[in-house]
Design a protein around this ligand. Structure first.
Ligand SMILES: Cc1cc2nc3c(=O)[nH]c(=O)nc-3n(C[C@H](O)[C@H](O)[C@H](O)COP(=O)(O)OP(=O)(O)OC[C@H]3O[C@@H](n4cnc5c(N)ncnc54)[C@H](O)[C@@H]3O)c2cc1C
Length: 651
């Protein structure tokens, strides 16, 4: 593959005005011509809904697909803590420049400077847009929007709606989308799961979907295709993501030629409710916002099993405050997760498995009162009490790191276009601006920046420059994509009674998909989780090869003769996770440095901090799929002009 295919199309000249200059140079399309153009958006999370609504508002004909029964069920609805914007309402010195620098530094200098700057610039407009839609952000007494502090920043720039920020933002975006459905400019197709990308002469022109109730394979065609299909943390099986979140859309696009960037950059969130037993299928996040008021600690004595409230102050280790006096409990997620895990491995961990640390609200309650803390974190505390059976206002919460977010994703250029022309990727599905570690409350900002502001401008520019030859569903490229999807489904199905899934007795088709997925998750979390090591990654690659071999032989699901087959859906998703897992391991092995959340044990400083290798790895890794052969690693060099790479120091 030539390097030119990896041209990020970064703007030249001063960073501060780069996006404005780019925008002003982008081609436009007249309203009457927009009506003739069709855009297909896969995904109705914050990125997809905001993009579809804005494109339709501009006059395009838009088709929107989601596998949910309602666009409002997209996983974005679960986002809790807040959304960042450089508004400085708190008067604590925030600015676009500071948000830009925090993002580049938080990502450990593995993100593009121009993209991070654009994100910081757009952040304020996102808040205006959402307020105009009626999103009920928390307010101060005087009426100004309230803000709180999140990890990796010394200012309070996180706007929130209790612990339900994602839900409120999504309702705003979906309302905007439904307005366009009502106006006849958006056609919404629910319960459709994308299984293949269609490209015609190298240009993305549509997708093949399976209708989840009828089982029918359908073809959707367009002049531009947008994937806003979310992240892939469920490759670890247990994660904070919705159980159905999966990687199939981006993985299938990757198999059709879209390069995959930094697949091993995944985020393990420090504050989740620890897993209970081996049968659990999902983990629950306790928002990072709790670290504003909660203090993390562990007993000084390893193996101390006393009730936390009976452990005196002098026998507690507020480990983040001790190790990072400047940022304290608000260090970035990668740092907090690593420290918690290390101390648990050293025997200080609490809870039945010894895999938990305390997050203690006692001091904040004594200072501000129980009512104030409950109003700040209300639903989070209720959720914790329901799941754990303990009252977090009287007993410290027990938390532990868990897979949460994926910084990796399909490679996109500054215009959010992948290496397949005409295929745009937004939100968590692209690799985007978070480098090797995303800062808290920056995902919602990025998804909405992509959807409301960037993609509508850049997709227009792309469409303006293109001929639009009509493609019919019987075009050979469409037939081939449908046949590929049909073949994958047929290969998985066995007649009912001939080894039904769910019996767990071994042999072809007799093991539920869930068990295969759990096995994959265990392999991945051990080898490619908070900490990674060369030898372990190599062994994991061999184990994975064996697991994939066994899956190819044995992974089958019952064909009950009914089209609605959730076990089949899981099996299709698992196959794609297996392919992606291999790429993640290869990527982690190839990146012989530690940076952000990618912590290679071989590359650390004397005090256990990540040691980057800027001479050899100051680049984005972008992987090319080759059917039947090893993938090829390409690289896009990163350079910095406004902020010089330095060792991150949160001490
Ligand atoms: C518990 C939790 C709390 C979080 N809290 C915060 C927070 O406070 N602040 C913050 O900034 N970030 C937070 N995040 C991260 C943030 O919520 C996500 O990164 C973001 O919402 C992703 O939005 P998205 O639009 O990219 O994708 P999603 O919201 O995941 O939407 C994906 C969409 O794609 C569709 N889709 C996927 N695959 C297919 C397919 N094959 N066919 C058809 N449709 C498909 C789905 O149906 C869905 O509509 C949190 C994450 C979690 C897990």
């Amino acid at each position: 593959m030539s390097r030119s295919r990896l041209d990020p199309r970064l703007p030249e000249g001063p960073l501060g005005s780069a996006w404005q200059r780019t925008r002003e140079g982008l081609a436009l399309i007249s309203p009457s011509n927009k009506r003739r153009l069709q855009v297909l958006v896969v995904g109705t999370g914050l990125a997809g809904s905001s993009a579809a609504a804005t494109l339709a508002e501009q006059g395009y004909r838009v088709q929107v697909l989601t596998y949910h029964d309602s666009p409002r069920r997209a996983h974005s609805v679960a986002a809790q803590g807040g959304i960042n914007a450089a508004r400085n309402y708190a008067g604590d010195g925030d600015s676009v420049e500071r948000l830009f620098r925090d993002t580049v530094r938080g990502g450990d200098f593995r993100a593009r400077e121009a993209g991070c700057h654009r994100l910081a610039e757009i952040s304020g407009a996102i808040i205006d847009q959402c307020v105009a839609q009626g999103v009920p952000f928390a307010r101060e007494y005087g009426g100004l929007l309230a803000q709180r502090n999140f990890g990796g920043a010394l200012v309070s720039r996180t706007f929130y709606a209790r612990g339900q920020t994602g839900q409120q933002l999504l309702y705003g975006a979906v309302q905007a989308l439904l307005r366009q459905v009502e106006a006849g400019r958006v056609e919404l197709f629910t319960r459709r799961e994308m299984l293949e990308l269609i490209s015609v002469e190298g240009v993305a022109r549509g997708v093949v979907c399976r209708h989840r109730l009828s089982g029918e394979l359908e073809t959707f065609l367009a002049d531009a295709v947008v994937l806003a299909t979310g992240g892939y943390s469920n490759v670890f099986h247990l994660s904070t993501n919705a159980v159905q979140s999966n990687a199939s859309a981006i993985w299938r696009a990757h198999c059709r030629g879209a390069l995959f960037a930094n697949p091993c950059f995944t985020q393990i969130h420090p504050t989740c409710i620890p897993s209970g037993d081996g049968d659990q299928s999902k983990l629950t996040l306790m928002s990072e916002s709790l670290r504003n008021d909660g203090r993390l600690w562990l007993p000084l004595q390893p193996g101390d099993r006393r009730d936390p409230n009976s452990i005196p102050e002098a026998e507690r280790d507020y480990f983040l405050e001790r190790q990072y006096p400047t940022y304290g409990n608000m260090v970035p997620r990668d740092v907090a997760s690593r420290r918690a895990r290390e101390l648990c491995l050293a025997g200080h961990g609490v809870g039945p498995s010894g895999r938990s640390v305390y997050l203690d609200l006692a001091e904040a309650i004594a200072r501000d009162g129980k009512e104030a803390i409950e109003s700040r974190y209300g639903n989070l505390l209720e959720m914790y009490a329901r799941i754990s059976g303990e009252d977090p206002t009287t007993t410290p919460l027990r938390i532990y790191p868990a897979p949460h977010y994926t910084m990796g994703g399909l490679w996109v250029d500054y215009h959010l276009m992948s290496t397949i022309p005409g295929l745009f990727v937004l939100g968590e599905a692209n690799f985007s601006e978070h480098g090797a570690n995303r800062l808290g409350a920056s995902a919602l900002m990025q998804g909405l920046a992509d959807g409301y502001f960037i993609a509508p401008a850049t997709i227009t520019a792309w469409l303006a420059d293109q001929p639009h030859p009509a493609v019919h569903a019987e075009h050979p490229a469409c037939r081939e994509a449908r046949a590929a999807a049909a073949a994958r489904i047929a290969a998985l199905l066995v007649p009912a009674g001939d080894g039904p899934a769910g019996t767990g007795t071994g042999g072809a088709g007799r093991r539920p998909v869930e068990l295969w997925h759990r096995q994959l998750g265990q392999l991945m979390i051990e080898a490619c989780g908070i900490s990674r090591q060369g030898g372990q990654l190599k062994s994991a690659l061999l184990e994975l090869e064996a697991l994939r071999g066994r899956c190819a032989e044995e992974l089958r699901v019952s064909d009950h003769g009914t089209a609605n087959n959730p076990e089949l859906e899981k099996a299709l998703r698992l196959q794609d996770f297996l392919g992606l897992a291999e790429l993640m391991l290869r990527d982690a092995l190839a990146r012989e440095e530690s940076c952000g959340a990618h912590f290679r044990q071989e590359h650390q400083s004397a005090d256990g901090e990540a040691r980057r290798d800027d001479a050899n790895f100051a680049h984005i890794a972008a992987w090319e799929h080759r059917p039947g052969a090893e993938p090829v690693r390409h690289s896009e060099p990163l350079s910095y002009s406004a902020i010089q790479p330095s060792q991150r120091n949160y001490r």
